[in-house]
Structure formats: C-alpha cells, structure tokens
Design a protein around this ligand. Structure first.
Ligand code: ARG
Length: 600
C-alpha cells in the first residue's frame, strides 16, 4: 500500500469518537505542495473546529495526540491555524524502496479479493465504414489506459468495442454502391472505394441540407444533387431495408463489413490496442424487438405519437426506443447491450469512454437501466472534451473533413523522425543509430506523443492539438519521459553496470542529500498515483505523477554524482535509485499503453 491510504486509515482511527463524519474529513489528508510543510498534510482541524466550536489548533493537538503514526512518520507538527504536517521517516522510505528493488510490481500491492471489482469498459467504438476521427483516438487511448491500470491493480477489466456497424452510414454506402460504384476500384482497394462512396453520398446530402446555397455553386454538386433528389429519405430507406432483413442489403453488408473491420484493426495494431470483445451494434439486432415489447408489457414504456418512449423521472425529454416507422434507435441498442452485459458478465461497473456530446444520451440510458432493475451496477459515462485545432474549433483538415486517423499517425511519426535524427546527429561522439533504428524509434516516439497528449489532459476539458507541443523534449510529454528513461539507461551502459547484479547485490539505499530524499518520496508514490487514476478514471493523474518523477530525477541527477559518487556505497545506492526511476517510468508508461526506447 502507498503512504496516503495508510495515513488515511490512521487518521480515521484518530478521528473516531471525535468527528461525526470522519470519511469526509479524510479527503483533507493530502500530499504537501511544499517540502517545508513536510511530505503530507492534514487540514481537517479547521472544519472540525468549526463543527465542534473549538479553536482549530486545540483540535489539531487533540488529533495529533490520538494519532498513531510513529512507525512511518516523524512526530507530527502543527502549523499556522491548525495544519498538521507530516514527514515520512527516512528509515520507512528506505525499507520500502529496498523491497521494491526486487519486486516486479515496484511495491504496488495487488488488491485483496474483497476489493476487486469487475469492470466492462466500452471504448473506441468507431462507426465503421466511416473514416475514424480524432475523437475516436481519444476514446481508444483513454479506455485502453484505464483497462491497463485497473488490471494492474488487481481488478478485472473486460474491454468491449461497441462498434457502430449497423447505422445509417451503411444506408449511405448501400445507396452509393447502387448508384456510383467503380467495380474496378473496389477490386483494387475495397475500403478506399467504400470510403469514397460514403464521402460522395455525404457531400451530396450536405449540399442538399445546406440552409443557404453555397457562395460559388459548384456545377458538379448541383447536377448530382438534381439527379438524386430526396437523398436523405432514400438513404434511410436503404438502412430500413437492411434492418428489415432484405437479402441483397444483408449480402452486401456482410461483404463490406470485414473490409471495414480490417481497416480499423490495422489502426489498433499500430496503436497497440486490443479488445477482449468486439460486439458491435449489429450483435444486438434481434434483441431489440423483444426488449421493447417487454418494456411495454411492464408498463415502463408507452406510445406517444406513434413512437414508443420511456418517460423518465427528472428528465425533460423521454427516451425514444422505437420510432413511428418501427425503427429502433441508438439508445435501444445500448439498453439491450446493458442487459446482455449484465446477464453475461454481471459486472460491478460499466464505463463508457465517450465524448461529452453524448452526455444526455447516457443520462437517459442510465435512468432507463435503473427502471429495468439494473440499479446496483455503477454505470458511468467517462466523458471527454473535444480536440481543437489552432483556431479553437474542432480539429479539421484543410479540406474541411475531420482529420483521418491514419494521416494523423503518419504525421506524428514523420515529425518524430526529424527529432530523433537531429538528436542523434548532435551526439558528441557522433550518431549511433542506423536508419532502420531511427525509423523504429520514430514510430514508437510519434505514436507515444499522440497518445500521451490525449492522456495528459484533464479528460473533461477540450484541448488544442499541436504536434510541436506533443513532441517537445521538455515539458509534460511522452518524448520527455522516453528521453528521461533512455538517459537513465545510458548511465548503466556508460558505467558498464550489470543491472541484474546490482539488484541482487543488496546494497543499502541512502537518502542523505535532499534531492535523493525528494526522489525517494516520489518513487514511493507510484501506487498512490495509480489509485488516484482509477478513483475518477483520470489517466492524467498518472501522467502528472510521471512528469513529477522525471523532474525529481532530473534535479537528483544535477545535484548528485552517480557514476562518480564519492564512495562505492554511495554509487551503488544512487544506481539503485536510477534503476527504480527507470523501472517506474517504464511501468507507468506501459500502463498508459506507451512504450519506452532504450536509445534516443
Ligand atoms: N459509435 C458511437 C460514436 O462513434 C460511440 C459508441 C459508444 N458506446 C456506446 N455504448 N454507446 O459516436
């Protein structure tokens, strides 16, 4: 266990009998922002003093008198109006660090079985046959990181890619196929041809929907538009035929789908993301009608204007589950999906990593699920903000399309290649990497930069996409952390250190210099950072931790000689700190789905 939960436990005991609601006060046990206030601080004496109508300093003194932390902290100090400052004992830190040296889990305990939960994590979920966009990266990267961290802590995380393989986009492609297909192009590259058909139909529809005629009326589009009037209705009709089981539509759909799936699969391989299940919307197709019938039978849904709706308490608009024309909706499928997941896995929680624009949908969905008696499972919309361009608007390419994922990855890798090459060329003893090595490193560094840029943002805020920022060698970036890792590793190769032997050697860790101690405290906080990451499903807690760790390491490296340490004992101790730092960075990045490189 990390320090914070231990401290909270001790405070809980100290507050028993003193505070009516200790749980709330325990949130006020926190890490200190400044070393002069110790390593951790407890700031509950002020609010407790108010409750008890007693001077806060007096309350603080009473808490301290009841507090039993002698095994891990120096005697607590009371400061200012009643802050309790705690400084962890060096001996405790040393003991923990020494145990981590030989521990593959770096001192992070696996949860006891009573605290393990089963999660279903619903993430990525692109609408296939439609080009994936930058928002899907965000979901993919955050969802994957959450699964990894949950599993590392000992939870079970079932990843399920709820791909959109049954929606209107297929109606568009079916229409496009009937009217615009180029058989030759389809044989050469099916996905490209399907994407072309999708874009073509999309553009005609957009042209027809435009409120004002475009400034310069494009002859080509007005001709197409005139030749295909009421395109929107026609597309919906194709979709309805598919859903109604029209054999030709079904045949085409099952022919197209594998091509679309291959395409996204390729993207996942490049991103290093896998799923336990890919149960798309089509999987639930034959469960929709019976579900709606049941809702009606149980009086949970009723007719309104020919449509079937669930009227939810506290919600302004009802949730539509069947349209007047008999079509089912996105939400109907999601409701059937909850039922399936509960019946199949009976999870403790289902997380939906989906952008914030769908928050109303999830509010309604969760309320409807509660009506179906799924009220003990934690249903959680892990929502995230929009990726913006320089202009502060949703990120688009110059042509106005949302940016395709593949192009995004390629560009990040291309720029990473420039950085890796410049870096290598500038090495004092001349370049050490072959072109092939550079290329491999650039792929790792480029993809890492992209992922980390998503993960390091507070997920609920929008953020501005910038290649320069995400690949910066300084700052809170993957590149900086990968570089920090590679630098630590280079100490071992330069010093001819046998790392395995070092770990087995059992040398004593010493924390005499302030920078050594500061690094040690940070190393010990790894478990705490992971717990904070899953507490509110925020990977930026982990990136912030790794960034702090790399900074502490950097100060340590400036202030303390490692290979040229004053004594052999000190050299061994510092090498152990280096090794723990490298391993923590590598493990931390791995939990974010990011790889390290040995050389950069
Ligand atoms: N396919 C949807 C989209 O691209 C996201 C699906 C999210 N998951 C869910 N169970 N609704 O917008």
């Amino acid at each position: 266990m990390s320090i914070l939960p231990i401290l909270k436990e001790r405070f809980r005991a100290a507050l028993a009998g003193l505070a009516a609601d200790p749980a709330e006060l325990l949130d006020l046990v926190r890490r200190s922002q400044e070393p002069k206030f110790g390593d951790y601080q407890a700031n509950m004496a002020m609010s407790l003093g108010k409750q008890l109508r007693r001077p806060p300093r007096e309350v603080a003194a009473e808490i301290v008198a009841r507090l039993n932390v002698a095994d891990l902290c120096q005697p607590p100090e009371i400061a200012g109006p009643g802050f309790i400052n705690l400084r962890v004992k060096d001996s405790w830190l040393i003991e923990r660090l020494s145990a981590s040296v030989g521990d593959p889990r770096l001192g992070v305990a696996t949860l006891p079985s009573s605290q393990r939960r089963r999660y279903v994590v619903d993430f990525s979920a692109p609408n296939v046959a439609k080009p994936m966009h930058v928002g899907h990266i965000r979901s993919t990267v955050i969802g994957d990181a959450l699964c990894r961290v949950l599993r590392f802590l000992g939870h079970e995380a079932i990843s399920d890619n709820h791909i959109g393989d049954w929606g209107t986009q297929f109606g568009m492609i079916l229409y496009g196929w009937r009217h615009f297909r180029d058989e030759e192009a389809y044989r050469r590259n099916p996905v490209e041809e399907l994407a072309r058909l999708y874009r073509l139909v999309r553009r005609i529809m957009d042209f027809q929907n435009a409120k004002e005629p475009p400034a310069a009326v494009d002859a080509e589009w007005s001709r197409l538009s005139a030749e295909h009037p009421h395109l929107h209705t026609a597309v919906l009709a194709e979709t309805a035929k598919l859903h109604a089981g029209d054999p030709e539509c079904r045949r085409l759909w099952s022919e197209f789908l594998p091509f679309c799936n291959d395409e996204i699969e390729r993207m996942y391989r490049r991103l290093g993301v896998t799923f336990d299940y890919t149960l798309g919307e089509s999987f639930y197709e034959d469960r929709l009608a019976p579900l709606v019938d049941e809702l009606i039978r149980r009086g949970l849904a009723r007719e309104s204007d020919g449509a079937i709706c669930i009227f939810l308490e506290g919600q302004k608009t009802p949730m539509l589950v069947r349209k007047k024309d008999g079509a089912f909706l996105y939400g109907t499928t999601d409701l059937a999906t909850i039922r399936y997941r509960m019946e199949t896995w009976n999870p403790d929680a289902i997380l939906y990593v989906v952008d914030h624009r769908q928050s109303l949908h999830f509010q309604q969905l969760f309320a409807a699920a509660a009506l179906l008696d799924y009220d003990r499972v934690e249903l959680r919309h892990v929502s995230f903000g929009t990726v913006l361009g320089d202009d502060g608007r949703p990120f688009k390419t110059r042509s106005g399309d949302t940016v395709g994922l593949e192009g995004l990855l390629d560009e990040a890798v291309r720029r990473a290649m420039e950085i890796v090459s410049a870096n290598d060329d500038a090495k004092p003893d001349g370049p050490e990497l072959s072109t092939d090595q550079r290329r491999q490193i650039a792929e790792t560094v480029g993809i890492a930069a992209l992922k980390y840029a998503d993960l390091s943002q507070n997920r609920t805020s929008d953020y501005v996409f910038s290649y320069d920022k995400m690949l910066a060698m300084n700052g809170n970036t993957a590149t900086y952390l990968q570089y920090a890792y590679a630098r630590v590793r280079s100490i071992f190769s330069r010093g001819g250190v046998d790392v395995e032997a070092l770990r087995r050697g059992g040398a004593a860790i010493r924390l005499d210099a302030p920078a050594e101690r500061a690094l040690a405290i940070e190393l010990i906080r790894f478990a705490e950072a992971l717990e904070m990451t899953v507490a509110d499903y925020r990977p930026n807690q982990l990136t912030a931790y790794l960034f702090d760790l790399a900074n502490r390491y950097s100060t340590f490296f400036e202030q303390c000689h490692v290979l040229r340490a004053e004594t052999e004992e000190l050299r061994q101790s510092r090498l152990l700190l280096c090794d723990l730092t490298a391993r923590t960075i590598r493990q931390g990045l791995e939990l974010l789905g990011i790889q390290v490189v040995e050389k950069m």
